[in-house]
Design a protein around this ligand. Structure first.
Ligand SMILES: Nc1ncnc2c1ncn2[C@@H]1O[C@H](COP(=O)(O)OP(=O)(O)OP(=O)(O)O)[C@@H](O)[C@H]1O
Length: 239
């Protein structure tokens, strides 16, 4: 049986909802024996549904590593990572992939859209891959395109969209399969100030509307106010 843990979120302020994402004593060491780096160092973290957590810190502080471990893309050297009640570190590779697909949405730094697909098709692709491309997925895609203000451009391909519009599509795509957890990597690095504000406000709004447990890592200190909580990372340690 897969163990489950009903944890509450210690950094969730007034919320007492069980954490959708929980990292306990997580350490990630990278490199070989001659040159080893502790990229993530004994991190404890919990994020509840509808909570927007921002993690910031200097270059090399471990932000991307933390996100990779939280999303099950990298296994921690020590500690546990609970996603929707299941400890990823106890799963086999194929189980972890399936669990990730069902419970986690990712928003990447550069949207990572496929050049040949329209905005609507970008959203439908994860449903197709998951074998869930039905009428309800199509309706949800249209609703999400509307929510991120992209209905009028649903038939455009990435080269016909601005950087901000591509990020909006990337966010809508990440939300298509209604993930409990949304992991966001430097969403504003390719955007000007106005578009950066736009996308981070949209992230906050969608976190509440879709009740996702959202973790955003960013250098961009001007967008931190959109988050419910901000944690600082230095040398892999949360402060
Ligand atoms: N594959 C790897 N092998 C060895 N060390 C690594 C590897 N990947 C990252 N590191 C090191 O781990 C530490 C954390 O890196 P990470 O990329 O997580 O930081 P970051 O805060 O995301 O940095 P940035 O903001 O510059 O993207 C750094 O010291 C980095 O040099």
């Amino acid at each position: 049986m897969i163990p489950t843990t009903p944890a509450t979120s210690p950094n969730a302020g007034s919320t007492t909802l069980p954490a959708a994402l929980r990292l306990t004593g997580v350490t990630l060491r990278l490199g070989d024996e001659t040159q080893q780096v502790t990229a993530v160092d004994r991190v404890d973290l919990a994020v509840a549904p509808g909570e927007f957590l921002a993690v910031t810190g200097p270059s090399g502080s471990g932000k991307s590593s933390l996100l990779a471990v939280a999303g099950g893309l990298q296994s921690p050297t020590e500690g546990s990572v609970h996603v929707a009640g299941v400890d990823l570190t106890t799963l086999k590779e194929h189980q972890r992939t399936a669990h990730r697909r069902n419970h986690i949405g990712y928003v990447f730094q550069h949207a990572n859209l496929l050049a040949s697909l329209t905005a609507r098709e970008q959203l439908l692709l994860p449903a197709h891959i998951a074998g869930r491309l039905d009428n309800s997925a199509r309706r949800r895609a249209d609703d999400l395109l509307e929510a991120v203000g992209m209905s009028a451009r649903a038939d455009r391909r990435p080269h016909q969209l601005s950087g901000g519009e591509r990020q909006r599509v990337g966010l809508a795509r990440a939300l298509l399969l209604a993930p409990e957890i949304l992991l966001v990597d430097e969403p504003t690095s390719a955007l000007d100030r106005a578009r950066a504000r736009d996308i981070v406000d949209l992230l906050a709004e969608q976190t509440r509307a879709q009740k996702t447990a959202t973790v955003m890592v960013t250098h961009d200190t001007e967008i931190l106010d959109a988050a419910d909580h901000v944690l600082f990372l230095r040398d892999g340690r949360l402060t």
